[in-house]
Design a binder for this molecule. Structure first.
Ligand code: ADP
Ligand code: MG
Ligand code: ZN
Length: 481
């Protein structure tokens, strides 16, 4: 019996909504903030009071253009806003301002260079719209509270072509998209705070055939791993239906990540149900070439560009550079450290091998008490011979809990490196006397044998011997021994 994936080919397209990192909302001056007291960030416009007039947020359009340029899409010369009608308590106007016919960005591609196998996924469009509020069902009683703080927050909806062919593809695409959006400071893309949300369209077709099957839309996905699981489950569900002689219904289903299954939410609505029409309050909006050029000029560098810089200018390995680049806050931390110590290779090393080693389970680097100044200081102390690497590691571990300056820890722990030649010569001599076999091996050219003697000296100095000087002394003494 062949597996489902040998018989069926999945076809997947993603609709990703990201909240744009603007100061204010899409069509009013209310702050765009997460976590304020319910309904504190509202005004007549975002409450949908009759007669209030929307004014488009210039910055939101700029971030959308920045995205369009980054993915190589086409920026509309004239972009339009439409009303998308639906009734829902978290949308008091009774319609959402969105873009139907005149999206600000069309086309473009995303290539999975950092997270996947380098596949290129086409985008259909990316358009601006406003977010809706949030309903909160009270556990105790039969009431629902409505918080309209989120109402009117600018969203960019990014629609991929149905180019994805597996759950892993979808995972890689989402990560790559998030990396681009975060590196370019377009959106925080934090799924937990709802600043990135994603709907998944899945269909399957018999392997070797071309026409697409009927698709199902999955909603309520809370993590990228959840997206992957939901897609795998949906592929199996559709295959079982079709193989039992049934058919796939066009429908929207809700994913339940705990149960690992989905349930029907509604039969698929189609565009005519929304009765899109141009918003009479918002005339078409010309996007001048000069403006687009300005947006292009002020855009931060793309992840691939950064990779090139880190490897060529900083001399990092491709692997180390990618470890840094996949998290823009780590890049900021690394760049700050490098600016302070002027030693990108050691900065990268201390961050990725030592600091990461101390950071447990999902801690963000922004919350770590050890700051770039600390790392830069350690790099300098190792370089000027005050500390050996082992002691510097000990200091870092202490600083991780209590971030006082390295110098204080060095004093407290008595870690200053022993570089006093005379003292070290005596210790190395003793080590050689105690290890005649190692001395003989060294004389026979077996360099590894030095370990026994240097190891002894390190023990004698409580790990504080300067390894470079120890090795130097050993080489000298060998000539006369
Ligand atoms: P709608 O507006 O009804 O949601 P769109 O044409 O905007 O429809 O497509 C929404 C998403 O569905 C896109 O990401 C697209 O790639 C995807 N899609 C379209 N057809 C299929 C299909 N047969 N199988 C899987 N995904 C599909
Ligand atoms: Mg859609
Ligand atoms: Zn408002």
């Amino acid at each position: 019996m062949s597996t489902t994936l040998e018989r069926w080919e999945p076809v997947i397209g993603l609709e990703v909504h990201v909240q744009l990192g603007t100061a204010t909302k899409m069509f009013c001056g209310c702050r765009n903030l997460f976590g304020a007291p319910p309904n504190a960030l509202t005004c007549p416009v975002c409450l949908g009071l009759p007669g209030a007039l929307p004014v488009p947020n210039r910055r939101a359009a700029e971030l959308a253009i920045r995205f369009g340029l980054a993915v190589g899409g086409t920026i509309a010369e004239v972009t339009r806003f439409d009303r998308k009608q639906y009734f829902y308590p978290d949308l008091p106007k009774g319609y959402q301002i969105s873009q139907d016919k005149g999206p600000i960005v069309t086309g473009g591609t995303v290539t999975t260079s950092f997270f996947g196998d380098g596949k290129t996924i086409r985008l259909i469009r990316a358009h601006l719209e406003e977010d809706a509020g949030k309903g909160q069902h009270e556990e105790s009683g039969g009431s629902t509270l409505v918080d309209l703080n989120r109402c009117g927050i600018p969203l960019l909806e990014i629609v991929s072509a149905p180019d994805l062919r597996s759950a892993e593809d979808a995972w890689a695409y989402l990560n790559e998209l998030r990396l681009t959006l975060r590196t370019l400071d377009i959106s925080e893309c934090d799924m937990e705070k709802g600043s990135l949300r994603c709907d998944v369209n899945v269909s399957i077709r018999p392997r070797g055939t071309t026409p697409f099957g009927d698709r199902v839309e999955l909603k309520n996905l809370n993590s990228f791993r959840g997206v992957e699981r939901a897609i795998r489950h949906e592929i199996e569900r559709q295959a079982a239906l079709l193989e039992a002689g049934g058919k796939v219904e066009l429908e929207t289903r809700l994913w339940d990540d705990e149960k690992g299954e989905s349930r029907l939410m509604r039969k698929k609505e189609s565009a005519p149900d929304y009765r899109y029409f141009p918003d009479p309050d918002l005339p078409p909006f010309a996007v001048g070439r000069a403006w687009v050029d300005r947006v292009a000029a002020e855009a931060p560098e793309l992840p691939l560009k950064r990779l090139e810089r880190y490897t060529s200018v900083y001399g990092l390995s491709d692997y180390d550079a990618k470890v840094l680049i996949t998290d823009p806050s780590i890049c900021r931390y690394f760049e700050e450290t490098t600016a302070l110590c002027n030693d990108p290779k050691n900065a990268a090393n201390w961050i990725t091998s030592e600091l990461f080693g101390l950071m447990k389970g999902g801690v963000s680097i922004d919350d770590v008490k050890v700051r770039p100044t600390h790392i830069a200081e350690l790099v300098a102390l190792v370089k000027d011979g005050t500390l050996n690497v082992r002691s510097a590691r000990e200091v870092l571990a202490k600083q991780y809990e209590d971030p006082r300056p390295a110098k204080e820890w060095v004093e407290k722990l008595g870690l200053v490196q022993v570089s006093d030649r005379d003292a070290l010569v005596a210790i190395v001599k003793k080590g050689m006397e105690m290890n005649p076999k190692a001395v003989a091996d060294l004389k026979a050219g077996k360099e590894k044998a030095a370990g026994a003697i240097v190891g002894y000296a390190m023990k004698e100095t409580k790990g504080r011997g300067n390894p470079a000087i120890l090795n130097e002394i050993l080489a000298e003494l060998l000539k006369t021994f």
